[in-house]
Design a protein around this ligand. Sequence first.
Ligand SMILES: [Zn+2]
Length: 109
Amino acid sequence: MHELSITQSVVDAVRERLPDTPIASIQLEIGKLSGIVADSVRFCFELVVDGTPLEGARLDIDEPGGRAHCACCDTEFELEDSILLCPCGSADVAVLAGQQLRITSVEVV
Ligand SMILES: [Zn+2]
């Protein structure tokens, strides 16, 4: 499962940087265009942290929408899915945001 390895690498990154620190919660940002299913990450998180010092930590996930820029009409617009089409009808668009997966903060106990 795609989300399992993603979740594992998030947990590994936190444990690597804060090896001896009890963690209360982890805040993640998963862009709507990332193709990552937040609910699956929540589910996998429980499995991945089981038996580790992160067990019991809360996972908060933000899902910001995407933004894109159209080269044809030179405007920026919101993207709710990964269909890259400007309201003007052009498909000559560049994604500016929404594909990210990042840890935005970690709260220690
Ligand atoms: Zn356009």
